[in-house]
Design a protein around this ligand. Structure first.
Ligand code: MTE
Ligand code: HPA
Ligand code: MOS
Length: 777
C-alpha cells in the first residue's frame, strides 16, 4: 500500500505508524458493540423531565378524515402534549428535495400507517395507551396500491424521465431478432437493528439540541428548522452512531427527529421518540419495488443493437428521494453492457402506500434487475448461456465504451475480475458436475450463475459531492477529529481516523473521532452513495495536511533544516540529526503561538450531470465486482439454499481490508435477502401485513452460503486520485447477490427450460419457485 498515494506518506527505517491506511484493524467500536457499552440514542440516560412520544397512525390507505377527536387522548394519564398538523409551529413539510410532504396528515390520509398526530407523555407506556384512545373517522377514497394501477391511471410523483442515445427505431428496423419481456422485483424493509429514534432537548429561546439516528444531520437540522420556524443556527443536530441505516435514515430520520422537536417545542421539555419495530415498518419507507418492460433487437450472437426500456418504481404517496433513485436506476440499466441504441422511460409511480426511499444501491439494484433480465431473455431466445450473451455485450473495444448517459468507461477492470473468478471458482468444471448431478437427482436440482457488476460512484446530484472536517491537535499530541460523515456500522469513523493517523504518522490510538455535529462541520451531505470515505476522508486529509504544514515550519526552524527535509514518520518528526515526538512538536507549536486547529474541505472534481436530459459524467469512477453463486432447489417444496458464493470485488487500494470484506459479506447477504426471501405483503385495502420479524423474513446466520469466499481484487489502485487510491465499498456488493437469483433461475431452468424459468420473480421464495416450476398457480 502507499505506492500510488495522492500525497506522500513517509516511513523511516521501514517503521510505520500503527493503524494507518491499508491496515486491517477492527472497527473503532468493536469492543463497545460486543460489550454493550456503545451508546445509541435510546441508551442515553433519561434526564430529568424527559418525555416519551408516540404516534397515531392512519388505518386507511386513502381517505378523508371526517372526525379527529383527541379529547380522550389529551386527558389520559401522563399526557403532556398532543399535536396535530395545525399545531406545528412552522411548515408541515418534511420534503428532502421538493416540498409539500407533510409530517402529519391533514384532512386526507394517503397511506395506511401515515402519522396523523403525535403525543408526548411522562412514560412511553402512557403515550402508547393514550394513542389508542383517539377517535378517527374516515370516508374512503379510491386507492392506487400497485405500480400497474398507478401506471394505468398515469399517477406519478414527478414527471417522467427519458434517457435516449442513438437511433433506437432505426436500429430495430435493421436487427435480425426481436423480443419483448418483463421483469419484477419486490421492495425491501431496511430492518436496521436500531429502529428510528431521536431526542430533542430545548435550550434557551428557540435553540435546541437534537440527537438523531440519522445518516444526514444537516438535513435533520434543516427540516427541524422548517417545522419550528427557526434559523439553522439555532438548532444543533448530533449523531454518534446508528445501529444501521442502509439508506432508511438518509431522508426519513427527519420525520422522527421532527416529531420529537415539535413536541419539545410545544411542551418546552426534552422529548424522546423511539419507534417500535411494527411502527417503524408501517410508517417509514422501503426499497422501491420495480417493474421493467423491454423490447430488444439483437443479432444471432445475442449482441443487443436496440433497446426500448420502461422502468417503473413504486414511489408511494410523495416524491421523497424517488427522483434521484429513479435516475440511478436509469443510469444502471446498462450494468456492464454497451447498449448502442437505447431509450429508457422512467416512471416514479404515485401510490397510496408509504413513501419509498433510499436503500443500499439507491435504484442501482432495480436497474440491474432489468439489465440481467434482458440478458436472460436474449439467452433463452437464442438457446445460449448468460455468459455467452454477456461476452458479446460487455463494455470494451473500439467505440463500445460509452454509457447511455454519455460517460466513457475508461477504468474497466471487468475482464480481469471475470477471468479470476472463472478460474478460482472452477466454473467450467462445476457446471459439468452440476449437469451430472441434475441428471441423476430427481427432486433436488442445482444451478450456477455469474453476475458481473459495474456501479457508478458519486451522488448523482453533483452538488452533493462535497464534505468537510475539523481537526484539533492538542498539546499532548492527541488528535480530535470531527467530520461530516456518520457512522452506521460501516466503519467510516475508523477509515477517516486511519487517514489522519497516516497523514500525521501517529498511531491511530492518538486519534479520537467525535460525534458528527452540525455545529462542528456545517452544510454536509448525507452519508450515502457509498461516498463517505471518499468525501470525508479527503476533507480530513486536507485539514490534517494544513496543520502538518504549520508543524513542519516550526520543526524546520527548530532543527535548522529546510522545510522539505522534515520527515513525519512513526510518531516522530525528524530533521537533520534531530527529532521530536509528535507531542513534543505540538507543544513547541503552542509555545510559538502556531494554530493547531484546521478545517478541511473537499469536492469531487470533474463530475457534471444534466438531470433533464440524463446526460453527463455523474460518476467520478466505477467499481466492479463479480460473483459466482451456486444454488439448490427442492422441486417439491420450492425450498432453496445458496451452496456456494465466490466474490471478487474491486475496492481499489483498500483503506482497511477487513472492514471492506465485512462490508462485502453484509451487503451480499442483505442483497440475497431482498432477492430470495424478504417479501412485503399488502392486503387488498393497502394494509402492510408484514411488519414484524414474525412475518417478514430476513436472512440469518444459517442462510449464509455454505461455502462463502470473498476476495478483494489485488493490486488495483483506483485510476482516479481518490483517498489513497481506494474505492467505495458500501453499496456495490449488495447487487452481487443477483448471482443468487440467477443461480436459482438456472436451477429452475434445468426442470422447465430457460424460457419458462424467466417466469421466476424476485423475491424467489419457495412459493415463487413453485410457481416458476409450474407446480402451483
Ligand atoms: N454498513 C452497515 N454496517 N450499516 C449500514 O447501515 N449502510 C450502507 C453501507 N454499509 C450501511 C452499511 C449504505 S446504504 C451506504 S450508502 C454506505 O454504507 C454509507 O457509508 P459509506 O459511504 O461510508 O460507505
Ligand atoms: N445516492 C444516495 N443518495 C443520493 C444520491 C445517490 O446517488 N443522489 C441523491 N441522494
Ligand atoms: Mo445508501 S442507500 O446511499 O444510504
Amino acid at each position: 500500500m502507499g505506492a500510488m498515494n495522492v500525497i506522500s506518506t513517509s516511513s523511516k527505517d521501514g517503521l510505520r505508524a500503527k493503524g494507518g491506511v491499508g491496515q486491517s484493524i477492527a472497527h473503532e467500536s468493536a469492543n463497545r458493540h460486543v460489550r454493550g457499552s456503545a451508546i445509541y440514542v435510546d441508551d442515553m440516560p433519561e434526564t430529568e423531565g424527559l418525555l416519551h412520544a408516540w404516534v397515531i397512525l392512519s388505518d386507511r390507505a386513502h381517505a378523508k378524515i371526517t372526525t379527529l377527536d383527541l379529547s380522550a387522548v389529551k386527558v389520559a394519564p401522563g399526557v403532556v402534549c398532543v399535536c396535530t398538523a395545525d399545531d406545528i409551529p412552522g411548515a408541515n413539510d418534511v420534503a428532502p428535495i421538493l416540498s409539500n410532504e407533510p409530517l402529519l396528515a391533514k384532512n386526507v390520509v394517503e397511506y395506511w400507517g401515515q402519522a396523523i398526530s403525535i403525543i408526548a407523555a411522562e412514560t412511553e407506556a402512557q403515550a402508547r395507551a393514550a394513542a389508542s384512545l383517539a377517535v378517527i373517522e374516515y370516508e374512503n377514497l379510491p386507492a392506487l396500491l400497485t405500480i400497474d394501477a398507478a401506471l394505468e391511471a398515469k399517477s406519478l410523483v414527478i414527471k417522467p424521465m427519458v434517457m435516449v442515445r442513438g437511433d433506437v427505431d432505426g436500429a430495430f428496423a435493421r436487427v435480425g431478432h426481436m423480443l419483448e419481456g418483463e421483469v419484477r422485483a419486490g421492495g425491501q424493509d431496511h430492518f436496521y437493528l436500531e429502529t428510528h429514534v431521536a431526542q430533542a432537548e430545548p435550550a434557551e429561546e428557540d435553540e435546541m439540541r437534537v440527537i438523531s439516528s440519522t445518516q444526514h444531520p444537516s438535513e435533520v437540522q434543516h427540516i427541524v428548522c422548517r417545522l419550528l420556524g427557526a434559523p439553522y443556527a439555532a438548532i444543533t443536530v448530533e449523531v454518534r452512531r446508528m445501529g444501521g441505516g442502509f439508506g432508511g435514515k438518509e431522508s426519513q430520520a427527519s420525520q422522527i427527529a421532527g416529531m420529537a422537536a415539535v413536541l419539545a417545542r410545544l411542551s418546552r421539555r426534552p422529548v424522546r421518540l423511539r419507534l417500535s419495530r411494527d411502527v417503524d415498518m408501517m410508517m417509514t419507507g422501503k426499497r422501491h419495488d420495480v417493474l421493467g418492460r423491454f423490447k430488444l433487437g439483437f443479432d444471432d450472437t445475442g449482441r443487443i443493437e436496440a433497446a426500448d426500456i420502461v422502468i417503473a418504481i413504486r414511489a408511494g404517496n410523495v416524491p421523497d428521494l424517488s427522483g434521484p433513485v429513479l435516475q440511478r436506476a436509469l443510469c444502471h440499466v446498462d450494468n456492464a453492457y454497451y447498449l448502442p441504441n437505447v431509450r429508457v422511460n422512467g416512471y416514479a409511480c404515485k401510490t397510496h402506500t408509504v413513501s419509498n426511499t433510499a436503500f443500499r444501491g439507491f435504484g442501482g439494484p432495480q436497474g440491474m434487475v432489468v439489465a440481467e433480465a434482458m440478458i436472460a431473455h436474449v439467452a433463452a431466445k437464442l438457446g445460449k448461456t448468460l455468459d455467452e450473451v454477456r461476452a458479446v455485450n460487455y463494455y470494451g473495444g473500439e467505440g463500445r465504451d460509452t454509457t447511455p448517459y454519455g460517460q466513457r468507461v475508461t477504468d474497466n477492470n471487468m475482464p480481469r475480475i471475470l477471468k479470476e473468478v472463472e478460474e478460482s471458482a472452477s466454473i467450467a468444471a462445476r457446471r459439468e458436475a452440476n449437469a451430472a448431478f441434475n441428471a441423476s437427482s430427481p427432486i433436488v436440482k442445482k444451478g450456477l450463475a455469474l453476475f458481473p457488476l459495474k456501479f457508478g460512484i458519486s451522488f448523482n446530484m453533483p452538488t452533493l459531492n462535497q464534505a468537510g472536517a475539523l481537526i484539533h491537535v492538542y498539546t499532548d499530541g492527541s488528535v480530535h477529529l470531527n467530520q461530516g460523515g456518520t457512522e452506521m456500522g460501516q466503519g467510516l469513523y475508523l477509515k477517516v481516523a486511519q487517514v489522519v493517523a497516516e497523514s500525521f504518522q501517529i498511531d491511530i490510538e492518538h486519534v479520537r473521532v467525535s460525534s458528527t455535529r452540525t455545529d462542528k462541520v456545517p452544510n454536509t451531505s448525507a452519508t450515502a452513495a457509498s461516498a463517505g470515505s471518499d468525501l470525508n476522508g479527503m476533507a480530513a486529509l486536507a485539514a490534517a495536511e494544513t496543520i502538518k504544514a504549520r508543524m513542519r515550519d516550526v520543526a524546520a526552524a527548530k532543527f535548522g533544516v529546510a522545510v522539505d527535509e522534515v520527515i513525519f514518520a512513526n510518531g516522530r518528526i525528524y530533521g537533520g540529526q534531530k527529532s521530536l515526538s509528535f507531542a513534543e512538536l505540538a507543544k513547541c507549536c503552542w509555545l510559538e503561538r502556531v494554530s493547531l486547529s484546521a478545517a478541511g474541505f473537499y469536492k469531487t472534481p470533474d463530475i457534471h450531470f444534466d438531470a433533464e436530459t440524463c446526460t453527463g459524467e455523474p460518476f467520478y469512477y466505477f467499481t466492479y465486482g463479480v460473483c459466482a453463486a451456486e444454488a439448490a432447489i427442492d422441486t417439491l417444496t420450492g425450498e432453496n439454499r445458496i451452496l456456494r458464493a465466490d466474490i471478487i470485488e474491486d475496492v481499489g487500494a483498500s483503506l482497511n481490508p477487513v472492514i471492506d470484506i465485512g462490508q462485502i459479506e453484509g451487503a451480499f447477504i442483505q442483497g440475497m435477502g431482498w432477492l430470495t426471501m424478504e417479501e412485503l405483503w399488502w392486503d387488498k385495502d393497502g394494509r402492510l401485513k408484514t411488519h414484524a420479524p414474525s412475518t417478514y423474513k430476513i436472512p440469518t446466520s444459517r442462510d449464509i452460503p455454505v461455502d462463502f469466499r470473498v476476495k478483494l481484487l489485488g493490486d488495483a489502485p483506483n485510476a482516479k486520485p481518490t483517498i489513497f487510491r481506494s474505492k467505495a465499498i458500501g453499496e456495490p456488493p449488495f447487487m452481487l447477490a443477483l448471482a443468487c437469483f440467477l443461480a436459482l433461475q438456472d436451477a429452475v431452468a434445468s426442470v422447465v427450460g430457460a424460457e419458462k424459468a424467466l417466469r421466476l420473480e424476485a423475491p424467489a421464495t419457495p412459493e415463487a419457485i413453485l410457481r416458476a416450476l409450474g407446480r402451483v398457480e
